[in-house]
Design a protein around this ligand. Sequence first.
Ligand code: MN
Length: 233
Amino acid sequence: MSYVFPPPATVSVPVVGRAERFPVHRIYCVGRNYVEHAQEMGFTGREPPFFFLKPADGLVVVDAGQTGTARYPSLTSNYHHEIELVAAIGTGGRNIKAADALSHVFGYAVGLDMTRRDLQNEMKKQGRPWCIGKAFDHSAPIGPITPAAEAGDVANAEIWLQVNGTDRQRSNVSKLIWNIAETIEHLSAAWELQPGDLIYTGTPEGVAAVVPGDTLAGGVTGLTPLTVKIVAA
Ligand code: MN
């Protein structure tokens, strides 16, 4: 096989305790999946789950103990953090039932759904796609994936984000409106999930803006924490 230019490398994420890496297929994200975040965005938090995607090459993959760098994106003056639990799919499928869904999960990681909030809000107002607000370069920092068997009770884990050492977001995964299994049921009714898919499961309340020079440190109890510094373009 030859190509007209070299094909891009496979995007992959390290796996805790394993030499093999997790090759990424797609990145799905759940919108407004914690009640108090839905409320801070002006909604009740009682709607069915909805989804958007980010490109796999929008990941910023950060190794354990390292500080990743994410470039401050163009066209925005309101660049927001959203700390999220990420579920990594190991076995694909269509129409997966919630009762079986967790057997499709390879593991879990800590991620940031970085958002150009001003552009997202403008697109919402105009009824246009969110892509420019959500699916840009460096929009998806992620830490190493912990295999599910070693991740502890992620469904009841604390989730938090500090910016420059000060708490911005602190909640618990148990407060998800649609839990991980229910999210997989809904998602797999709309798309055939594949090994390598990542699901950013939503963010709790406390989203706010960051600027170049800020250091974001987030975690979920039982998983490898994630640290990212925002750098000027
Ligand atoms: Mn989000």
